[in-house]
Design a protein around this ligand. Structure first.
Ligand code: NAD
Length: 421
């Protein structure tokens, strides 16, 4: 089938390239000219395992191309996936500006369109957004859902770093539609993929995404809470989590205590759900605690560092890992940001290393030093903030190491402290 993808960021580019791999013909559309140029030259503007190979292959066999021209892309498309960003406002509310602007453009295209179009919202949007966008489309284009177009919700559950694997091996595909016919069309597009297909209404589909992320974030904050208590009792929280994780009702995933969750999804999605809930006059106390605990958790590492170096002023502190998790260059809401801020406030000299995220971090913190691993390890104390596999091969002997993430080899350090172990 012919598909346009609106927004070629993490979600849009991965979805587009993977749909091309399934045999569909894809046109990626973005407002960012440089991004489009880089994609068409075979260089994804983000780091994701196996993405460069798949992009090149599908560019070559003409199954994928990127453009800034929405009109021409839509003229040959039966589907359009909306994958634009939905960032967070200070209040926690989701900023729907990119969504609104994408739908305004789509309504313009619908006005003169002769053949039906299936529009799919993949971006994470608050429950009720699909209904709002339906009103906008019908009002502005004068066209009718079910006749001239369909509007579905199909939230995305990929994990950055494992996004290609996740596309081809989903646990579930959630389809929110107002009629069976539209739902069937989207099911056909994904045919060949494993995983359970959940067919529901758009508002429920939107809520499934928030509940999914809120639950995972809660698991992490829970493991950090238990981890903080374990630390005071001189217990290794990993031993506790390994044991409770064997309980089938619990499961081991997302129970790694540490310096908290980050990334472009969990923090903003939990805050958005809190905002939605409060607007409906319900106090989501559990979710508020999940966020509050997570905001304080990164600074535990500074407390522990001060046990070895009480005055951090003028001290050279090495940071290993900036990305919010391994296998990505994404630093959005990464704990490293709060930790580097705290070190700067203390007047420390900071040297950092990350295998993939240094370029992104440089844009925020040009004033710190981006160095080799060896130079980080040579500093007065080393903080481990991301569990990149390669950190297991370094020599920590004789050093002071405070670990916010679990790297076994670092235990050989002269002084070793883990945040929750
Ligand atoms: P992103 O910021 O990486 O990409 C968004 C892209 O949309 C940008 O390239 C931007 O230039 C483009 N864009 C904005 N307005 C546009 C318009 N009118 N027309 C065309 N392009 C436009 O965002 P992302 O991380 O890919 O996230 C996209 C959505 O998916 C968000 O709602 C996010 O919450 C959700 N999501 C993200 C992930 C993830 O791991 N990143 C996972 C699941 C869901």
């Amino acid at each position: 089938m012919n598909v346009s993808i609106l927004g070629c960021g993490y979600v849009g580019l991965v979805t587009g390239v993977c749909l091309a791999e399934l045999g569909h013909t894809i046109i990626g559309v973005d407002v960012d000219k440089n991004k489009i140029e880089s994609i068409n030259n075979g260089h994804p503007p983000l780091y994701e395992d196996k993405l460069p190979e798949l992009l090149l292959k599908n560019l070559k066999n003409k199954k994928f191309i990127a453009t800034i021209d929405l009109k021409s892309a839509l003229s040959s498309s039966e589907f359009v996936f909306v994958c634009v960003g939905t960032p967070q406002l200070d209040s926690g509310e989701t900023n729907l500006d990119f969504i609104n602007s994408a739908f305004t453009s789509l309504s313009e295209e619908l006005k003169t369109r002769k053949i039906p179009l299936t529009i799919v919202i993949k971006s994470t949007v608050p429950p009720g957004t699909n209904d709002l966008m339906l009103s906008l489309l019908e009002k502005k284009s004068g066209k009718k859902e079910g006749v001239d177009f369909h509007l579905l919700s199909n939230p995305e559950f990929l994990r950055e770093g494992k996004a290609i694997y996740d596309f081809f091996n989903p646990d579930k595909i959630v389809i929110g539609a107002r009629n069976k016919n539209a739902s069937e069309r989207l099911k056909n597009l994904y045919s060949g993929l494993p995983g359970k297909i959940i067919e529901t209404d758009p508002k429920t589909a939107e809520m499934i995404k928030y509940a999914n992320n809120a639950f995972l974030a809660t698991k992490i904050s829970f493991s950090n809470e238990i981890g903080n208590i374990c630390k005071k009792l001189d217990i290794d929280s990993y031993n506790v989590m390994d044991a409770i994780g064997l309980d089938q009702r619990i499961g081991r995933a997302f129970l790694d205590s540490g310096i908290g969750f980050g990334g472009s999804c969990f923090p903003k999605d939990v805050k958005s759900l809190i905002y939605t809930s409060k607007k409906l006059k319900y106090e989501p106390k559990l979710l508020e605690q999940v966020v509050e605990l997570n905001e304080k958790q990164p600074l535990k590492i500074i407390e522990l560092l001060k046990k070895s170096l009480p005055n951090l002023k003028g001290r050279t502190i090495g940071v290993l890992g900036l990305a919010f998790k391994p296998d990505t260059d994404d630093i959005r809401e990464a704990p490293s940001i709060k930790i580097v801020d705290a070190l700067l406030k203390e007047g420390s000299k900071i040297v950092v290393y990350d295998p993939k995220a240094m370029d992104n971090f440089k844009k925020l913190y040009p004033q710190i030093k981006y160095v080799t691993v060896e130079e980080v390890i040579r500093s007065e104390a080393v903080l481990i903030l991301t569990e990149w596999k390669e950190f297991e091969s370094f020599n920590y002997k004789g050093k002071i190491v405070v670990a916010g993430r679990r790297i076994k080899k670092a235990r050989e350090a002269k002084i070793y402290e883990g945040v929750c172990w």
